[in-house]
Design a protein around this ligand. Sequence first.
Ligand SMILES: CC(C)(COP(=O)(O)OP(=O)(O)OC[C@H]1O[C@@H](n2cnc3c(N)ncnc32)[C@H](O)[C@@H]1OP(=O)(O)O)[C@@H](O)C(=O)NCCC(=O)NCCS
Length: 112
Amino acid sequence: MSDSSSTTTVERKDADHRYEILVDGRRAGLTAYRDLNRQRVFFHTETDEAFAGQGLASQLVQQALDDVRASGMRIVPVCPYVAKFLKRHDEFADITDRVTPDVLRWLRAQLG
Ligand SMILES: CC(C)(COP(=O)(O)OP(=O)(O)OC[C@H]1O[C@@H](n2cnc3c(N)ncnc32)[C@H](O)[C@@H]1OP(=O)(O)O)[C@@H](O)C(=O)NCCC(=O)NCCS
């Protein structure tokens, strides 16, 4: 569990192709991606059960998408959670691309 005194941080782990959210230094969730040129393709988000339902995935995805913008890249929301988040946050519409069959084929090949 996290509470109001917990410290929450988000880190991008380039080597692991993901952003992680840490609560008091403990990993509580992640959102995973692969980069296709300038597109960051998000394909999976998860929160550890002990931390579920506290808005952590929302904080994580918000900061991850802010980082995509800061990096001058674009978002492709294959992950249903990221897609749902974007429906509620139209401030990212200008840097969001559609999920296409080509992207899905490329992603499947990337993930083996
Ligand atoms: C989906 C998941 C990451 C949400 O984590 P969380 O930290 O509890 O999320 P938050 O508290 O920020 O947000 C909860 C919201 O996520 C929504 N949600 C739960 N599962 C979802 C899913 N599979 N796809 C989209 N949205 C989902 C809930 O409906 C809730 O929406 P609400 O705000 O309208 O009530 C977490 O439940 C999880 O790890 N699930 C298993 C893996 C998974 O299905 N990942 C999503 C697809 S890759």
